[in-house]
Design a protein around this ligand. Structure first.
Ligand code: GLC
Length: 459
């Protein structure tokens, strides 16, 4: 009894107070990340000079372009139709609650007005800072602000050439670049991260990209990751930082995992523990605007992606690659409008929701999300069945049920016998109390939405 009590006390103390070295407790981290966890859905924006070639943001690397060859995109960068307020309205109308924009991508071009380089939007024909008005517009629409910043830099003269550099295979270039001084690049990196976290007010999250440790790669020593992260947290207490600083094994070295372009099979775990995660996904195969890429996902696929992500306790950061005119192209607008139409009616099954408690819901061809605060379970019906859905694990637990899109009642009853569950006759050995299910009676016609949702109010 005594040791048990002592253990309980130790756990309570650990949860309530930060550890001696000043790190936060799991409970404190949960509080810090609350808005993010509840938001569930954000907009990624990949914008830069690569919008002009319009064939992938890695074009400089893929085509082994030199700085000279790439310069024409800088010289012609003039997004005359850029409308940050319009972007913010679109993000909001799509049901997104935060955004993350590339302040600098691997190409090294800065969308913000940095004091430490001329390779920035203000020096192009466009001549203005692209970040400040976007931050303002998004905030005005109530979205939280996130910055992406590329650790990699294919333009900086002191950035040591590595396996991912556009000139990696160019022996002559490598020879000339062999005395590049990463200490100088680090100064630049620190100075720029300081700028973006100082000049734009409160920044809610930061997406640093990326580490590839190894012989010809870069990792924590190259970025001085631990010191960088310390500076970040000092400049913006409360900021939420991703996991690409090569500090996965360092306590407090990351806030969430970032599976990219794939759907995890279940809630992402580290050392057997469920952790915060956010999957970033594209509409098609490129992050930057790609004119000719044709593998665009449908609205339904994207809505399903969002539901599946939340059903596994994660966030979805869905990417738009604006054009070099400064617009979201028609394909992007079509998908965002479709997602927005669904979200307008079904926001409740996404925002504030998470994985359903274990054992509470099981049914084929359905995905479940759960709002613990409201005690509501959301049944996303992927294929509309004939007449009924049997939900296992819910016997006696449902107070009320309705379609979410129009709040029309769905009749239900508890399954009392195996016959209720659809058996033609009683199976030998089956007992009454084994039926722990609820049977929903569905209309013949599904509602006309991308994915129908039934909202269950639990007792
Ligand atoms: C990658 C790519 C990149 C993209 C990012 C998004 O690491 O290098 O182009 O910005 O992932 O997660």
């Amino acid at each position: 009894m005594i040791p048990k009590l002592a253990l309980l006390l130790a756990v309570l103390v650990a949860v309530a107070f930060p550890s001696a070295d000043g790190r936060e407790t799991p409970a404190q981290k949960e509080v810090r990340m609350k808005w993010w966890t509840e938001a569930r859905f954000g907009m990624f924006i990949h914008w830069g000079l690569y919008a002009l070639p319009a064939r992938h943001e890695w074009v400089k690397n893929r085509e082994r372009l030199t700085d000279e060859a790439y310069a024409k995109y800088f010289d012609h960068f003039n997004p005359d139709l850029y409308d940050p307020k319009g972007w913010a309205r679109t993000a909001k109308a799509s049901g997104m609650k935060y955004f993350v924009v590339t302040t600098k991508h691997h190409e090294g071009f800065c969308l913000f007005d940095s004091k430490f380089t001329d390779y920035k939007a203000t020096k192009t024909p466009y001549g203005r800072d692209l970040i400040a008005p976007l931050v303002q517009a998004m905030r005005d629409e109530g979205l939280k602000v996130g910055f992406y910043y590329s650790l990699i830099d294919w333009h900086h003269p002191e950035y040591a050439v590595d396996e991912n550099h556009p000139q990696a295979g160019n022996a002559e270039f490598r020879e000339k670049a062999k005395n590049r001084d990463m200490a100088k690049y680090r100064e630049y990196l620190f100075a720029q991260v300081r700028e973006i976290l100082t000049n734009y007010g409160k920044i809610d999250c930061l997406f640093l990209d990326f580490s590839f440790p190894g012989k010809d790669g870069k990792g924590r020593a190259d970025w001085d990751s631990e010191r960088l992260l310390k500076m970040i947290r000092e400049l913006q207490p409360g900021i939420i930082v991703n996991d690409r600083l090569d500090l996965l094994d360092v306590p407090g070295g990351w806030d969430f995992r970032t599976p990219e372009q794939y759907m995890p099979r279940e809630w992402v775990k580290v050392d057997g523990q469920k952790v915060p995660w956010e999957t970033c996904q594209t509409f098609s195969g490129s992050w930057g605007y790609h004119r000719d890429e044709a593998t665009w996902k449908s609205v339904r696929q994207l809505v399903l992606m969002l539901i599946e992500t939340v059903s596994k306790g994660g966030n979805l950061l869905l990417n738009v690659g604006p054009t070099a005119r400064g617009t979201f192209d028609d394909r992007a607008m079509d998908r965002l409008a479709g997602i927005g139409a669904w979200m307008k009616l079904h926001d409740r099954s996404i925002t504030g929701c998470t994985e359903a408690p274990e054992g509470l819901a099981k049914a084929e061809r359905c995905l479940f999300t759960y709002n613990p605060a409201a005690r509501r379970l959301y049944v996303h019906v992927l294929e509309w069945p004939m007449g009924t859905i049997v939900l296992e694990g819910l016997g006696g637990k449902v107070k009320y049920a309705q379609l979410l899109n129009d709040a029309s009642e769905i009749a239900f009853r508890d399954a009392k016998t195996p016959r209720d569950l659809g058996y033609m006759g009683y199976l030998p050995g089956e007992r009454r109390e084994e039926a722990n299910a609820v049977i929903l009676r569905l209309p013949v016609k599904p509602p006309d939405v991308a994915v129908p949702v039934i909202e269950l109010f639990l007792k």
